[in-house]
Design a protein around this ligand. Structure first.
Ligand code: PLP
Length: 449
């Protein structure tokens, strides 16, 4: 591959030296010469703008992290002030800093975890990775070192590191990397993938029965934790029956197994409640966060551990180092994002916008033939289309992405077997008009197939 000259376009230079997710640039190049990647250069509210000043509703490029919208001056000012005051100090050598204390106290008042103690990380994958270490150490310190297995559900996503990939229940994300971390098992999900909907009791019952059988088969004395997203999104937005989590909680308690709730994508208002767990009135022994915690302004994740579990770490702390844990600038970013969410009542707003989004997607499904399923909760939604009869599904997906882009919409389009999923999850600051325009963009793209 020739090294591009300095005068070459940014897109060409990006292709030479930057790895982008899921981007098939060679195919894009063939189909849409010199068009990709697009350069996004600024953001404002729910929208971003490319180098040609083309305005796009950002309903996917943040992978669901952008709650408070782009370009918020309040956050920028707070971050700048924090850098001037104290840009970084590690939580080591007997020192702490007020910004991490303030953030932990603020979170303690709202999370679905009793009397929580927080660890901070830089991403959702790291948060889950740490959750697994904490769960295993908890049992070992209580005299049960054989409890090392972690059970997750098929159709889940828990991140990209070796253990988080092992916990992930979607083959495409975990094959080809050689052996992943051992002792990760998968059970039946409480929803019938790929169809979202609010599921009936029977599906949840089946899932819980399979889980119980797995625990009996493996031996409860070998199981450290069960990890579950309140609402899983691979393939489709999958909403379990309202009784599922209470039963899951009971099952964990009956067998001495810790419940890890993965709030990485559901957390911080995305689903119309502050946390996904709030829909199901369930509390986790360990709860993991990232994305919406800072709305993406600075990378940050967190792990809440209940006071009961944390007791084993009081005398001998967990030996787990992370240089940037509780980075002051990330704390400032999270505090500023939380302030905005509260002041603008964005969680309630997301709940109100749910109906607008559902109505729009339902309206769209009447006019687009291939749509098979729509699932919406808060401002998290998926549209599943049947592409079983198209000749080249990957080319079709690239075309839908491109047509959506041209129609002013960034949306996450992926392939799931013979289905194509569009995940539409805009910033929580969107109004009715933004949703209407965005869904029209999606409609235009889907109609071309
Ligand atoms: N868990 C869930 C439910 C997620 O959706 C994601 C990311 O999409 C992760 C974990 C991993 O987070 P990150 O990409 O920040 O490592």
């Amino acid at each position: 591959r020739p090294v591009p000259a300095a005068s070459t376009s940014l897109g060409e230079r990006a292709k030479r030296h930057v790895r982008h997710f899921l981007a098939d640039f060679a195919a894009l190049e063939r189909e849409y010469p010199a068009g990709y990647p697009k350069m996004i250069v600024r953001g404002e509210g729910a929208y971003v703008f490319d180098a040609d000043d083309h305005r796009l509703l950002d309903a996917g490029s943040h992978l669901g992290a952008c709650q408070i919208g782009h370009g918020r001056r309040e956050v920028a000012d707070r971050i700048a002030e924090q850098v001037r005051q104290l840009e970084f100090i590690a939580l080591d050598a007997g020192v702490s800093h007020p910004y991490v204390v303030e953030l932990a106290e603020r979170l303690a008042a709202i999370v679905a975890c009793d009397d929580p103690v927080f660890s901070f990380t830089n991403s959702g994958s790291e948060s889950n990775e740490l959750a697994f270490k904490i769960a295993r150490t908890y049992h070992a310190r209580r005299g049960e070192p054989s409890r090392t297995k972690v059970i997750s559900r098929l159709g889940s996503y828990h991140g990209s590191s070796i253990a988080a990939s092992a916990a992930t229940g979607v083959d495409a994300f975990k094959t080809g990397f050689g052996p992943l971390a051992p002792d990760f098992l998968h059970t039946t999900p409480p929803t019938r993938s790929p169809f979202g909907h609010r599921e009936e009791t029977a599906t949840a019952e089946l899932s819980l029965a399979d889980l119980e059988a797995m625990i009996e088969r493996e031996g409860p004395e070998t199981v450290a934790a069960i990890i579950a997203e309140p609402i899983a999104i691979p393939g489709a937005v999958k909403i379990p029956h309202s009784g599922y989590f209470a039963r899951l909680r009971k099952l964990c308690d009956a067998h001495g197994i810790l419940l890890i709730i993965d709030e990485v994508v559901c957390g911080f208002g995305r689903t119309g409640r502050m946390f996904g767990a709030d829909h199901f009135d369930v509390r986790g022994d360990i709860v993991t966060y990232a994305k919406g915690l800072t709305s993406g302004y600075i990378p940050m994740g967190a792990v809440a551990v209940s006071g009961r579990v944390n007791e084993v770490f009081l005398k001998t702390p967990l030996l787990h180092l992370n240089t940037y844990a509780g980075h002051p600038v990330a704390c400032a970013s999270a505090l500023a994002a939380l302030d905005i969410m509260e002041a603008e009542n964005l969680v309630d707003h997301a709940a109100v916008m749910e109906q607008v989004l559902r109505d729009e997607l339902n309206r769209m499904s009447q006019s687009v033939q291939r749509v098979r399923d729509i699932s919406v909760i808060g401002l998290l939604s998926s549209v599943i289309s049947d592409i079983s009869d198209v000749e080249d599904p990957d080319a079709t997906i690239r075309k839908v992405r491109k047509d959506a882009y041209d129609a002013g919409l960034l949306v996450r389009i992926a392939r799931d077997g013979t289905n194509m999923s569009a995940h539409f999850y805009p910033a929580l600051v969107v109004g009715q008009r933004d949703i209407e325009d965005g869904v029209r963009g999606l409609e235009t793209a889907l109609r071309q197939v």
